[in-house]
Ligand binder design. Structure first.
Ligand code: TPP
Length: 361
């Protein structure tokens, strides 16, 4: 692990500065130019899909959905540090990571159209369904990690959650369990500064979220979450540590949610415009693009071409999802129990009655 980045001293790992300049060669990942360009393309693909999904929601083609803008480097940089056999336990704001793992924009849109089938990723049993109940996925990740250790496997689990997730009991239970039993889990906290309208400084009295690792007896590190290279270097080091049987690691990616919490949110009600302006030049795509351009690896023609490809892919995915039927009512209740309990049957009947009443109005 990168022990020189002691979270108690508040040292944050950065490799790529906002100007696009490399400021830390010691931890620079050994990437080919092609790999770096591919990582940028993936971030751009996630950005375009996110922008378009917001429009589709406004057109009422999908329902309320979370917005990813600003968190693409944290998602893509971490996912690229893992192997295909590793497990990914998601929250709901890591589209770039899900796409890297092999998930599709179609499924992303399908899920937010209200269909659980958007959670089914053919051929990817190690990509868990998106998890909206805050923090609940942290204990799932610890459990998967425990099973891997018990069976003597060499896979790693990465588990994403937000700064708000660290206030849940599940966070304590998951990290404590994983540390005691040396479960191979990377706990990846996306600190985007807000849990809906609640600012991070009201979330915890700890100076950093990474320092919470110390109490559980595991390494913790805070990275510049808008820096693809820093996120990648830290996750790589964490994966090596975890894979070698030394137990879990906590990474705090210090980032910013550039858009609203979801399409149902208005951030102008709780955060100052100046703050958004301060973060705008730290946009993770902008910074990597500046770097690539300074090395002659990218230009506006390539940008336009990649944007157009991602736009076409997202439009085609939306058209396909438009064609799919609404989720049959029974399916909403179908996957929780093999024998549906009386209370659930009652709720289903009540919901059916409500829909009929609504139809008749
Ligand atoms: C157990 C639970 N409580 C409350 C909510 C309502 N809720 C939805 S998102 C959210 C904020 C989560 O903030 P954070 O963990 O920082 O993640 P972010 O949304 O910023 O990515 C809350 C409280 C929920 N989904 N689950």
């Amino acid at each position: 692990m990168l022990t020189s980045y002691d979270p108690l001293k508040g040292k944050r790992l950065q490799i790529l500065a906002e100007s696009g300049r490399i400021v830390n060669r010691k931890h620079l990942p050994e990437w080919t130019d092609e790999a770096l360009v591919e990582a940028y393309r993936l971030m751009l693909r996630a950005r375009v899909a996110d922008e378009k999904a917001l429009l589709f929601q406004r057109q009422k083609r999908i329902h309320t959905l979370p917005v990813n803008k600003g968190q693409e480097a944290a998602a893509v940089g971490s996912a690229l540090a893992l192997e295909p056999a590793d497990w990914m336990v998601q929250s709901y704001r890591e589209l770039g990571a899900v796409l890297q793992k092999g998930g599709t924009i179609r499924n992303h849109l399908l899920y937010f159209k209200g269909s659980e089938w958007g959670s089914v990723h053919p051929g990817l049993p190690r990509l868990l369904p998106l998890s909206v109940p805050i923090g609940s996925q942290i204990t799932h990740a610890a459990g998967i990690g425990h099973a891997i250790r018990y069976q003597g496997g060499s896979e790693v689990v990465i588990c994403y959650f937000g700064d708000g997730g660290t206030s849940q009991g599940d966070f304590h239970e998951g990290l404590n369990w994983a540390a005691v039993f040396k479960c191979p889990v990377i706990f990846f906290c996306m600190n985007n500064q807000y849990a809906i309208s609640l600012n991070r400084r009201h979330q915890t009295a700890s100076a950093t979220l990474a320092q919470k690792a110390v109490a559980y007896g595991m390494p913790g590190i805070q990275v510049d979450g808008n820096d693809l290279l820093a996120v990648h270097a830290a996750t790589r080091a964490a994966a090596e540590h975890v894979r070698s049987g030394q137990g879990p690691v906590l990474i705090e990616a210090y980032t910013y949610r550039m858009g609203p919490h979801t399409t149902a949110d208005d951030p102008s009600l709780y955060r100052p415009k100046e703050e958004e302006e301060e973060w705008a030049p730290r946009d993770p795509l902008l910074r990597l693009r500046l770097h690539l351009e300074s090395r002659g690896l990218w230009d506006s023609a390539r940008e336009d071409e990649s944007r157009a490809a991602a736009t076409a892919e997202t439009d085609a995915a939306m058209r396909e999802v438009d064609e799919l039927h609404e989720t049959p009512l029974d399916e909403i209740f179908a996957h929780q129990y093999s024998d549906r309990p009386a209370e659930l049957r009652r709720q289903q009947a009540a919901y059916e009655a409500y829909l009929q009443w609504k139809e008749a109005r």
